[in-house]
Every structure is written in structure tokens, then in C-alpha cells.
Design a protein around this ligand. Structure first.
Ligand code: GLN
Length: 397
């Protein structure tokens, strides 16, 4: 039999199907409650749907401007200015994207040339590395410092500033940062951003700041957006996502803000990458964004879910890691019953899905060379009933 198509070398030989898809499929197969892949299982606000519906009925169904409709870009500008202080030029410095992930890929493609070094901090969101590799960049990974308590269980994480100082050099094109952090829920402090400013001050390194969980920072803390720091804004792509903020991950709409020189290059790639992002969603989101209470109330909304889920998990054998941000709760399972406590994180998640009936994500999947810490991630962006049902199953642990 002749082969159907000519063979060619893979551009991404080490990439398989993402862990989120794999774990969601496993959850569906075993009818497990899916606390793995990060997405809400509750409806978005019907007003938002009504706004999009109206836009469709009003004939906003053809191509929008390549960079996004002005109303939405103006709304994004105002939100960033009000929350973080920096005023981007809505015409030259903000582009609406098909979700945060496209914004990240496009930012990387527009500035990373073959051989350039790009620094990531692992565990890192799984799209970063392949995006850098597609651009021909060289991934330089450092690991978050894992802090353990007296019993040897993971208690928190810190940015490895010593390591970063060692790897940043004149070949460093880009540093990828992410706060609030997926998967650990860690949130950067002002001191972290100050350290970053010191690190890059005399370099040519640009920054991609993945802030898609910006409205999920809890306990009264503030989100340390890159847009609070004028010195860093000038070298940064700020990435955010309406899917996360408005419970519509399937709509795939986000945005990127960056100084004009960077945005000019970003748009060169964007226009041939997606060209435009769907029109009625943009109109609907523009109107909804003008009602600031929706994003201002989000920390309170998710903090209540976090606290509810945490209170239930306290009755299990898991050790809970702090969750200052995101809609993810990480747990250390190294003290639960044997032999499950000895499983690697991937196998533990398979066991959890098939035997307990709850899906989770192994934190090791966020590393190129899996680091096994005995920690898995649950998503608590779920209805109270879903969390209650999952907790009932997890009580067996
Ligand atoms: N960002 C989401 C998560 O971390 C899922 C994204 C995806 O499925 N690719 O779970």
C-alpha cells in the first residue's frame, strides 16, 4: 500500500494531545466529575448573551476591523487605566485576539527569531513551549522554587530569582510570566515585579505577561498587572481573556496590549494569523465591559467557591496548597493511603478519574521533564452542586 501522503518532519516532534483534552476525555469515558480542564460549568450572564444576540440581529455579522472594533478597544483601554493606571492608546496599542492563547502565540511569533532564547518558569502553561519552538526560539526553563513544610509536603512556591539572574543574558529575547499562575494559583507580589524590573533593566529582553486570571485574586490582595509598572510596560505584551472573566471560554475572545512599536509587529502577524475576531461577540463584550461591576465582583464570586471547596477538601486526606488566585486548587496527595500516595501525578489522576470519579490535572504536565511533587490541580469554577458531588466522592480519600 503506498502511503497516503508524503512524509515530512514534524515541527513539534515532542507534542501530543494536551493534558486538558486527555483528562476531559478520560472523565467523559468514566463519567467522572470533571474538575480537570479549567472551564466553568455554569451559564454566563443572560444579559451578555442578549447583547451578542442583539448585535447579530443588528447585522453586525461581517468582518470587523482587523484590530478589533473601536468600542471594545476603548473599553479595554478604560478598564486597564482605571484598574492599573497605565493608559494604552486604543488605536495603536490594543488588539482583540481569538483568546489568550492566540495572543501568546502571536506575540512570540512577532518577536522571536530562530536561535533567540526565551525564558519560561515551570510549571508553565502548556502552550508556551511549542509556541516558542514554532518560532525557532530556544526554551530556557527555570523551575518555581517549591517550599515544603516540616512534614515534607508542598506548602507554597516562590519565583527563583537567583536562577533567573543566571539565565538572562544578551541572547534573551523574551521572558514569559504568568500571574495569577496556572496551575499553582500563585500570585506575584510587588516585590516580585520589582525583582523582574531589576533583572531586565539593562537587557533587551521583552516580556509576555499572561494575565488571563487577572480578576481572580483573593483575600483583598491586588493583581500586580504589568500595567502598574511604567518601566516594564514599555517592553511588555499584556495578555488577557474574556473567556475567563465572563465564563465564556468557548467564545475564544481575548486581547493583547503593548506599546505601539511592539503592537505594530504584533499586528503584522495577527492579520495573517486570524485576520479578525468574530464580530457579534465583540459588540456584546464591548457593552458588557462598560458595566464594570461584572469584573469587579469576580474576586468575591470565586473566593466564595474557593472557600466552599477548600472547606470540603479539609475533610479528605489531601493537604491543601494556598490559593491566592486563579480558579484552581492544588492539593498534595503524598499523605493519603498507600499505594495511591506513591503514584506519579499522571497515574494518580487516572486512578482518581476511574476509581473515585473525579478528574484532576497533574501539575507535572506543566513541565518538559516532569517534576513529581505529588501535587494535582482541581478547577473550582463549578456549580455548588458539582463541587458538593465531587467532594462527596473525594471524602473516600
Ligand atoms: N486553560 C485551561 C486550563 O488550564 C484549559 C485550556 C485548554 O484546554 N487548552 O485548564
Amino acid at each position: 500500500m503506498p502511503s497516503l501522503s508524503p512524509a515530512f518532519p514534524s515541527r513539534l516532534p515532542n507534542v501530543g494531545t494536551t493534558v486538558f483534552t486527555v483528562m476531559s476525555a478520560l472523565a467523559a469515558q468514566h463519567k467522572a466529575i470533571n474538575l480537570g480542564q479549567g472551564f466553568p460549568d455554569f451559564a454566563c450572564d443572560p444579559h451578555l448573551i442578549a447583547y451578542v444576540n442583539k448585535a447579530m440581529l443588528d447585522s453586525h455579522n461581517q468582518y470587523p476591523p482587523m484590530v478589533g472594533i473601536p468600542q471594545l478597544r476603548h473599553g479595554i483601554r478604560d478598564k486597564i487605566k482605571n484598574l492599573y493606571g497605565h493608559e494604552y492608546d486604543a488605536d495603536a496599542e490594543i488588539t482583540v485576539t481569538a483568546g489568550g492563547t492566540q495572543g501568546i502565540l502571536t506575540a512570540i511569533l512577532c518577536c522571536v527569531s530562530p536561535g533567540d532564547e526565551v525564558v519560561i518558569i515551570e510549571p508553565a502553561y502548556d502552550s508556551y513551549r511549542p509556541s516558542i519552538e514554532l518560532a525557532g526560539g530556544k526554551v530556557i526553563a527555570v523551575s518555581l522554587t517549591t517550599i515544603r513544610d516540616a512534614q515534607g509536603q508542598v506548602s507554597s512556591y516562590e519565583i527563583p530569582w537567583d536562577q533567573l539572574a543566571k539565565v538572562v543574558n544578551p541572547k534573551t529575547r523574551l521572558i514569559m510570566i504568568n500571574s495569577p499562575h496556572n496551575p499553582t494559583g500563585m500570585v506575584w507580589q510587588k516585590s516580585d515585579v520589582d525583582q523582574l524590573a531589576n533583572l531586565v533593566r539593562n537587557t533587551n529582553a521583552l516580556i509576555v505577561s499572561d494575565e488571563v486570571y487577572e480578576h481572580m485574586v483573593y483575600d483583598g490582595a491586588q493583581h500586580e498587572s504589568i500595567a502598574r509598572y511604567p518601566e516594564l510596560v514599555n517592553r511588555s505584551f499584556l495578555i488577557s481573556s474574556f473567556g475567563k472573566t465572563y465564563h465564556v471560554t468557548g467564545w475564544k475572545v481575548g486581547y493583547v496590549a503593548a506599546p505601539a512599536e511592539l503592537m505594530k509587529e504584533f499586528r503584522k502577524v495577527h492579520q495573517f494569523n486570524v485576520f479578525t475576531v468574530n464580530t457579534p461577540m465583540q459588540y456584546g463584550l464591548a457593552q458588557y465591559l462598560s458595566e464594570s461591576e461584572h469584573y469587579l465582583n469576580l474576586p468575591q464570586f470565586y473566593q466564595a467557591k474557593r472557600d466552599f471547596f477548600k472547606a470540603g477538601l479539609e475533610k479528605t486526606g489531601f493537604k491543601l496548597l494556598p490559593t491566592p488566585g486563579t480558579y484552581f486548587q492544588c492539593v498534595d496527595y503524598s499523605n493519603i493511603q498507600s499505594p495511591q500516595s506513591k503514584l506519579n501525578e499522571g497515574d494518580f489522576c487516572s486512578w482518581l478519574s476511574t476509581e473515585i470519579g473525579v478528574a484532576a490535572i497533574p501539575v507535572s504536565a506543566f513541565y518538559e521533564n516532569p517534576v513529581e511533587s505529588g501535587v494535582v490541580r482541581f478547577c473550582f469554577a463549578k456549580k455548588e452542586q458539582t463541587l458538593t458531588d465531587a467532594l462527596q466522592r473525594l471524602e473516600r480519600i
